[in-house]
Design a protein around this ligand. Structure first.
Ligand SMILES: Nc1nc2c(ncn2[C@@H]2O[C@H](COP(=O)(O)OP(=O)(O)OP(=O)(O)O)[C@@H](O)[C@H]2O)c(=O)[nH]1
Length: 561
């Protein structure tokens, strides 16, 4: 039953229930005071009726009310909820609500009170100010020896989205500003100054109600023990306890927009081929006048000729081959070859030694994973012309004359990345003059995508290059096109993707052609920038943009070259 502030009868009817006559049941009169609208009535209802705050009550315009004390007489449930056991003492707690208007006469409520719960709102600094200036003096005036508990109500507003709260409230309600919200220290300071225990509550979050009333009961029983010292059952009553802190609700997760992944039908590698970010191979055509950039991991997983080329040992072994091929070389050449070989060995050991250095640890890890390393000295980026490849002039490289038709030589060189312009160590492959750019690109594009782009050049030349590279499926595709049976090429493309997916898996598991190492909590993971870039926009941004990952020192494993 609610009594409006306008009504004269203030719900202060006398208790006539039986608890007052029960032996060893301590009936405690707890008066709840504080400014208007700080949450006294809701706090009482939460304890007396287990009432929580409905959305409607929360948003409804506040109407001053008091909770009627005769509920203990007329409502069996309320009477039962008043009974409790605190520190082994059976109690019956009688809550007395009061009006918040300062000028109202509350002496009847204070009379014979055992404890006063003094409330303020944690979203209303004035209500806390009035605790010191108005409420505390009033309580001390009417019941000087009654213990007091200070309570900060509406704790949930400290963590709420105030804009949303203000929007949801009625237009006439005074908006709550962020500066209105009181931190816990402010309540503790006042409580300390007044020498009373302090608690915080939220009916919305259902926090602190039991803390407040259990400790109010303790305060009342301790005070009673002083007066009624013969009551031995009060011996175990403790002083009001400290409140466990409130665990604020988790803030909502930030909304992160994740772009759609690129389509998985082979288009993504195609765009990487057209815009070769993080390229690690440079083909030189037409005596070095035409350049085509590419990525080892794509070429090697779709063409075994390229796999063999990129896993070829360009260091000592290459030179030995050279030596075998030209066994009649002079002594000077022999010395020069030996010198290059030693240099390669020295570079390798230096790399391993540097592992202790934090900056290169990840990269060296890559080296160790690949069982060795080899670096060339940085040159001025000048590319040697056809016929210049010999072990005597290059730190790591070899001529490919007897190795495969169409190939002239392979070596390592610092080359500017075609997209970022930053120098990268690349494998430079010099091709025979007969290889034309258009058809060669058509072949490479097939190795990236599994599709034949018929517009890229003379199909007969495409077929010839496919033959040289032993890409027989592509040659068959050309034949299908020439026979007007292009529809059969779909099956070839499907088989291409299945085959390549398996080879990529193998490269991933072994770290072959890896050009980046992820340093994780529990180890290192080698990976391939081209694969990451072509299937993840974030990776593309990381390796293309101004992030340090796009230009940190890179180390290339010997087997990948
Ligand atoms: N967010 C929030 N609002 C609360 C809480 N407790 C009470 N309120 C709201 O605060 C307003 C006042 O609550 P009451 O319990 O009626 O306040 P009162 O101190 O009894 O007010 P008077 O009757 O004027 O003395 C109401 O709109 C309640 O919905 C709480 O824990 N959190």
């Amino acid at each position: 039953m609610w009594v409006n502030s306008g009504s004269v009868g203030r719900a202060l009817s006398m208790d006539i229930d039986t608890d007052y006559e029960r032996p060893n049941v301590e009936t405690i009169k707890c008066v709840v005071v504080g400014d208007n609208a700080v949450g006294k009535t809701r706090l009482i209802c939460a304890r007396a009726c287990n009432a929580t705050l409905t959305q409607y009550q929360l948003l409804a315009t506040h109407v001053p009310t008091v909770w009627a004390i005769d509920q203990y007489r007329v409502c069996q449930e309320v009477l039962e909820r008043s009974r409790d056991v605190v520190d082994e003492v059976s109690v019956s707690l009688r809550l007395w609500d009061t009006f918040g208007d300062h000028h109202k006469d509350r002496r009847f409520a204070y009379g014979r009170s055992d404890v006063v719960v003094l409330c303020f709102s944690l979203a209303n600094p004035n209500s806390l100010r009035h605790v010191r200036t108005m409420w505390f003096p009033e309580i001390k005036h009417f019941c000087p020896r009654t213990p007091i508990i200070l309570v900060g109500c509406q704790l949930d507003l400290r963590y709420a989205d105030l804009d949303a709260v203000n929007r949801a409230r009625r237009p006439l309600a005074k908006p709550i500003k962020p500066t209105d919200i009181l931190p816990p220290e402010r309540g503790h300071e006042v409580a300390k100054e007044l020498g009373v225990p302090y608690y915080e509550t939220s009916i919305v979050a259902q926090f602190g109600v039991k803390d407040v009333f259990d400790n109010a009961i303790r305060a009342a029983l301790i005070s009673r023990r002083h007066l009624q010292f013969w009551k031995s059952h009060l011996k175990k009553v403790q002083r009001p306890l400290l409140q466990a802190p409130f665990l604020p609700p988790r803030p909502p997760r930030p909304v992160v927009g994740i772009p759609d992944p690129p389509p998985a039908d082979g288009e993504a590698p195609d765009s990487l081929f057209c815009q070769p970010l993080c390229a690690d191979v440079l083909f030189l055509l037409q005596a070095g006048t035409t350049r085509v950039f590419a990525h080892k991991v794509y070429l090697a997983t779709s063409c075994s000729k390229f796999y063999d080329l990129f896993t070829m040992d360009l260091g000592a072994a290459g030179m030995e081959n050279e030596h075998e091929e030209s066994s009649e070389g002079s002594e000077e050449e022999e010395q020069s070859r030996r010198g290059a070989k030693e240099q390669a060995g020295r570079t390798k050991s230096l790399d391993i030694e540097k592992e202790g250095d934090g900056g290169t640890r990840g990269a060296n890890r890559l080296l160790m994973l690949q069982q060795g390393s080899l670096r060339t000295s940085q040159s001025d980026n000048a590319l040697p012309a056809k016929g210049q490849y010999s072990a005597g002039t290059l730190g790591a490289g070899r001529a490919l004359l007897g190795w495969g038709r169409g190939f002239l030589g392979v070596y390592l060189e610092m080359v500017d990345d075609p997209v970022t312009g930053r120098p990268r160590l690349m494998t430079v492959v010099s091709m025979d003059d007969l290889i034309q750019k258009g058809p060669f690109q058509a072949v490479l594009q097939y190795l990236y995508t599994g599709h034949l782009d018929e517009r890229r050049g003379d199909l007969m030349q495409v077929a010839t290059i496919a033959e040289l590279l032993e890409v027989f499926d592509l040659r068959m595709m050309v034949a299908n096109v020439l026979n007007r049976e292009s529809f059969m090429n779909q099956e070839i493309t499907k088989a291409f993707h299945v085959r390549r997916a398996n080879r990529i898996k193998e490269c991933l598991s072994k770290g072959t052609f890896a050009d980046v190492v992820f340093q994780l909590d529990d180890g290192y993971l080698p990976a391939h920038k081209p694969l990451l870039i072509s299937s993840c926009d974030w990776m593309a941004a990381m390796f293309r943009g101004s992030f340090m990952e796009s230009y940190i020192e890179e180390v290339y494993p010997v087997h990948a070259l």
